[in-house]
Design a protein around this ligand. Structure first.
Ligand SMILES: Cc1cc2nc3c(=O)[nH]c(=O)nc-3n(C[C@H](O)[C@H](O)[C@H](O)COP(=O)(O)OP(=O)(O)OC[C@H]3O[C@@H](n4cnc5c(N)ncnc54)[C@H](O)[C@@H]3O)c2cc1C
Length: 332
């Protein structure tokens, strides 16, 4: 591990000021950043601890929730309003990592965790454009069973690992940011980037910019939502494919829907095409299948991961079918 300095921020302005030196990184729970520092993949000269920043979940009068970036994953998953009004988020968080890691991990750190591509972590032996821009990508012709099938590029086929991020993308979440030039907001769906020819740039964050909060707008159909994660082990494993979905059905017709795929791309993959195909149509298995096929029509499999296309389609169909059945039974 390289030497670094440590400072604890008292508020957001203090954090931004402390991080104004180059080579500074914010420290949340440290469950990803510290691992990467040990491997010398991340080499910050200073750490600005932001766990003392607001860790409250504010229920606002307009029905929205404002979640402080320092809120721990466990606290968010267990919050009454999240469990009842946004169950997809609670389920996604609980499908990730372990209880101990969720107790440490923060909201800001979770959505900024870096890919689990083994070639990215293998600093000694593998080429990685994300780690060393211009070096090449050993995953493209390597073991790529867990890699991307949508939105990848010749420079990078890594996937985004966060389960929470997939649920947030389905909930139209908005990320609140503060930097040297002031505050701004970004929809979560526009926060992460596809790799293009600069896979080292994973988000739209400007240097030194801090996530202060994540906002969940009031969204009625979010109460009818769920998360399904398909993985090699029943726990403590990242998604091969995951689906976050919310569905509102009236008289057998899809009134509204949100659908996001995880484990398939460099960012949570909002299934805009499938959503458009479903809205206003029948809530039938055939319609769910047609929409899922439309979403995956542009998928480009690598040597080892063609199975993800069918897996993603089947998981979407199963999750939508489950939500439709539960709505019909009136148990949501
Ligand atoms: C064994 C293991 C299994 C795991 N399994 C899963 C899984 O199945 N699903 C899943 O989703 N995750 C999984 N994780 C990842 C885990 O969820 C993340 O490590 C965790 O959420 C990161 O949060 P943190 O607060 O510890 O972030 P940190 O490690 O502190 O930070 C991560 C990044 O975020 C930046 N950062 C932190 N806070 C802010 C802020 N407020 N503003 C700007 N930048 C910030 C840091 O600078 C750093 O770049 C696993 C981790 C481990 C170790």
């Amino acid at each position: 591990m390289n030497p670094f300095t440590y400072a604890r921020a008292t508020d957001a302005a203090d954090a931004v000021r402390l991080a104004s030196t180059t080579q500074a990184k914010y420290l949340g729970g440290g469950t990803n950043l510290v691992d990467l520092m040990r491997e010398t993949i991340e080499r910050p000269a200073s750490l600005v601890d932001v766990t003392g920043l607001p860790s409250t979940i504010e229920e606002r009068a307009d029905g929205s929730l404002l979640i402080g970036a320092a809120v721990r994953n466990t606290a968010l998953a267990e919050h009454r309003a999240v469990r009842t009004r946004y169950p997809v988020l609670s389920r996604a968080i609980l499908a990730g990592a372990s209880a101990q890691i969720r107790n440490m991990a923060t909201v800001g750190g979770n959505i900024l965790q870096r890919t689990r591509c083994a070639y990215f972590y293998d600093a000694e032996g593998s080429r990685c454009n994300k780690r060393e821009p211009g070096q090449g990508c050993d995953a493209i012709d390597g073991h790529n069973r867990t890699h991307a099938i949508l939105g990848a590029s010749p420079a990078c086929v890594a996937t985004h690992p966060s389960d929470m991020g997939v649920a947030l993308a389905a909930l139209d979440a908005v990320v609140h940011l503060q930097g040297a030039r002031g505050t701004r907001t970004l929809p979560l769906t526009e926060f992460h980037r596809l790799p293009g020819d600069q896979p080292e740039l994973e988000t739209e964050l400007e240097p030194g910019e801090l996530i202060t909060a994540v906002e969940l707008p009031a969204l009625q159909l979010a109460a009818h939502s769920t998360y399904r994660k398909v993985r090699d082990r029943a726990s403590y494993a990242f998604a091969l494919v995951s689906v976050a979905a919310a569905l509102e059905v009236e008289g057998g017709t899809v009134k509204d829907v949100r659908l996001v795929l995880g484990g398939v791309a460099h960012k949570p993959w909002r299934a805009w095409k499938a959503e458009a195909a479903l809205r206003g149509g029948p809530a039938t298995e055939q319609a769910f299948r047609t929409a899922a096929e439309a979403e995956l029509a542009d998928a480009v499999p690598l040597r080892d991961n063609a199975f993800k296309i069918e897996l993603a389609q089947r998981t979407m169909v199963a999750v939508l079918g489950d939500l439709a059945a539960r709505t019909a039974r009136g148990d949501m």
